[in-house]
Ligand binder design. Structure first.
Ligand SMILES: *[C@@H]1O[C@H](CO)[C@@H](O)[C@H](O)[C@H]1NC(C)=O
Ligand SMILES: *[C@@H]1O[C@H](CO)[C@@H](O)[C@H](O)[C@H]1NC(C)=O
Ligand SMILES: *[C@@H]1O[C@H](CO)[C@@H](O)[C@H](O)[C@H]1NC(C)=O
Ligand SMILES: *[C@@H]1O[C@H](CO)[C@@H](O)[C@H](O)[C@H]1NC(C)=O
Ligand SMILES: *[C@@H]1O[C@H](CO)[C@@H](O)[C@H](O)[C@H]1NC(C)=O
Ligand SMILES: *[C@@H]1O[C@H](CO)[C@@H](O)[C@H](O)[C@H]1NC(C)=O
Ligand SMILES: *[C@@H]1O[C@H](CO)[C@@H](O)[C@H](O)[C@H]1NC(C)=O
Ligand SMILES: *[C@@H]1O[C@H](CO)[C@@H](O)[C@H](O)[C@H]1NC(C)=O
Ligand SMILES: *[C@@H]1O[C@H](CO)[C@@H](O)[C@H](O)[C@H]1NC(C)=O
Ligand SMILES: *[C@@H]1O[C@H](CO)[C@@H](O)[C@H](O)[C@H]1NC(C)=O
Length: 489
């Protein structure tokens, strides 16, 4: 070794100045404080050491609050009465709400505004929200969706769907709508928004619906949204639909629709990121929560994924659909989803991943944990063959990729069937990792049904299908090991 290669510190050693010594001491002190705070509050002491939970998940468990950033207190507060609203449950208030929104819009950059809806029954057609705005439903306030379809005008289809979801062409606007907004709050003292959807369900049932039904609340291209502490009833179609949005919180909501009402999904984050759904009770005729990202070639072309989705402490019932669904529209991709503390009763499925050929896109890094199911027909279900496409333009070669699904800590009682996990022939679902799952109440002859999937299981009852008993792949073990590491660190 010649001298030029000698370690820097030795060849260039000089007596350090006081300032340098001080700096070094400061650095050492700061690191010692960090080390000691780690020792005082190790993750596993705070959260209990025997649970399969990552540090990341524990951190995020703190609350949804990082997802919505509270704006300033609204400067201007007005009542719908100030705009001539009448709460007799008959008079149509569409113009009053539209006038109110037109007026309050001007305060968007002047400290924001709030519209209060007092106790009473307020019939209205669709109206648009504005930015830096709060819609506040006081105790006993009930908004009722107009029974005149013209009060739900037709708007453009979503580019990621290429057409209305149910009918070609445009679609009815949602009752409460927003496009391109920033900082919108819809909240109150458990007031109610009742879509009075029966008229629309009848049109659907008797096949006289001309355009796709409207949502109860749809926000498009918007950021920083909070929907909380309200009851939403009888949506014509999916109840809450954030699409192309980011930073959305839906918290403390009760969402109810008749158990046989068609397509009345609870909450559908669609091509949206940083969405947190927490503490909600939902009963409906379709999925309680469904994460989506566009439909076949239209969704593939737009390539707008849903990611960073958190679903926590959601309970409810859906006799024909699932507690939480991923898909079937997932063509823009879905990744980084955490679902925990689900409590589903009397339902067709607990958690379900749905896709098909033609969808393209991907579903990856989905973590589902702490799920309790009671009287659920199929506790865990992966399925293909939705077999619905927007038009003839779909590409049979566009296969979805499903990879990295982690499900753990599931108890299902009074279960109808063992899990049904069906992938796609030329696109098998991979890296399915199931741990600590007890499916109880099955008949002794019940068997898992698996096709075109691969992965691993640890601590799963009853004995899973052979596709999930492989010891060859180490990634599931790696994942579990990383959980153990998290507990030790
Ligand atoms: C909303 O308020 C913020 C300040 O909190 C302001 O920067 C922004 O321009 C406002 N947005 C609109 C659309 O007025
Ligand atoms: C509401 O916004 C939609 C577009 O998002 C627009 O087509 C419609 O005309 C607006 N309605 C009102 C009453 O401003
Ligand atoms: C809000 O009202 C609904 C419907 O009446 C009720 O089921 C729910 O428990 C109420 N929520 C709260 C927090 O009071
Ligand atoms: C379909 O339902 C609508 C709404 O209830 C009703 O007006 C219409 O008469 C029904 N049509 C048929 C053919 O039943
Ligand atoms: C819901 O209501 C409770 C009780 O009034 C309140 O403390 C809480 O801040 C509200 N939460 C949200 C997210 O609006
Ligand atoms: C879970 O959500 C329900 C509302 O559905 C709420 O009453 C309950 O307090 C929440 N549990 C926790 C632990 O926050
Ligand atoms: C998986 O998703 C979680 C939750 O969103 C995220 O924290 C984690 O970094 C993701 N893992 C990978 C490998 O992307
Ligand atoms: C599991 O979920 C239930 C509600 O379904 C909740 O009460 C419980 O605290 C959760 N456990 C953990 C460890 O989060
Ligand atoms: C296994 O799951 C059950 C039910 O969710 C839970 O109570 C238990 O703590 C879990 N065991 C481990 C080791 O995480
Ligand atoms: C997998 O490995 C475990 C121990 O690591 C062993 O008990 C089990 O029998 C193996 N399973 C198969 C299918 O080889």
């Amino acid at each position: 070794m010649d001298s030029s290669q000698k370690p820097f510190l030795i060849t260039n050693f000089k007596r350090p100045s006081r300032a340098v010594i001080l700096l070094i001491l400061t650095v050492i002190t700061v690191s010692l404080i960090q080390i000691s705070s780690k020792t005082v509050f190790p993750i596993w002491v705070v959260f209990g050491k025997n649970s399969f939970v990552t540090k990341q998940e524990e951190k995020s468990r703190a609350s949804c609050s990082g997802f919505y950033r509270k704006g300033l207190t609204r400067k201007v507060v007005m009542s719908i009465k100030d705009f001539g609203g009448v709460s007799d449950g008959k008079t149509c208030n569409t113009l009053a709400f539209r006038k109110a929104m037109q007026h309050l819009k001007s305060f968007g950059d002047k400290g924001g505004s709030q519209l209060n809806v007092p106790k009473g029954r307020w019939v209205t057609g669709s109206f648009n929200l504005t930015s830096n705005f709060t819609l506040f439903l006081e105790f006993g306030a009930v908004l009722l969706g107009s029974q005149n379809p013209q009060e739900w005008p037709i708007i453009e289809p979503l580019p990621s769907y290429g057409r209305g979801r149910e009918r070609l062409g445009g679609r009815h606007i949602s009752l409460i709508h927003g496009d391109g907004l920033y900082d919108v709050v819809i909240t109150g003292e458990n007031g109610t928004i009742d879509g009075q959807g029966k008229m629309w369900w009848d049109l659907w049932w008797n096949r006289t619906l001309e355009h796709t039904r409207g949502h109860l609340v749809e926000l498009m291209n918007s950021q920083n949204i909070l929907i909380s502490n309200l009851t939403f009833l009888n949506s014509p179609f999916w109840t809450i639909h954030p699409v192309y949005c980011s930073n959305v919180v839906v918290k403390g909501m009760t969402i109810l629709s008749p158990l046989n009402s068609p397509n009345t999904d609870g909450i559908d984050p669609d091509s949206s990121t940083h969405v947190c759904i927490e503490d909600c009770y939902i009963e409906s005729g379709d999925d309680l929560v469904a994460v989506k990202s566009g439909w076949d070639h239209y969704g593939i072309k737009m390539a707008r994924p849903s990611s960073d989705i958190m679903v926590r402490n959601v309970s409810g019932t859906t006799p024909t659909c699932s507690g939480v669904g991923i898909g079937s529209e997932m063509s823009g991709g879905i990744f980084d989803v955490v679902i925990e503390n689900l409590h589903i009763i009397n339902s067709a499925a607990g958690v379900r991943i749905k896709t098909d050929i033609g969808r393209g896109g991907y579903i990856t890094n989905i973590t589902i944990s702490n799920v309790t199911l009671d009287r659920v027909k199929i506790p865990i279900r992966f399925s293909r063959g939705s077999n619905d496409h927007p038009d003839e333009g779909w590409n049979p070669k566009a296969l979805p990729s499903v990879k990295g699904i982690y499900i753990r800590n599931v108890i299902s009682i009074n279960t109808g069937k063992a899990p049904v996990l069906e992938g796609i022939k030329d696109a098998p679902f991979e890296e399915i990792c199931l741990t600590n799952i007890s499916i109880l109440g099955l008949s002794p002859s019940a068997r898992w049904q698996c096709e075109f999937i691969s992965g691993m299981t640890v601590g799963v009852l009853p004995l899973p299908c052979s596709q999930l008993q492989s010891n060859s792949s180490s990634w599931c073990q790696l994942y579990e090991n990383s959980l153990v590491q998290d507990k030790i660190l």
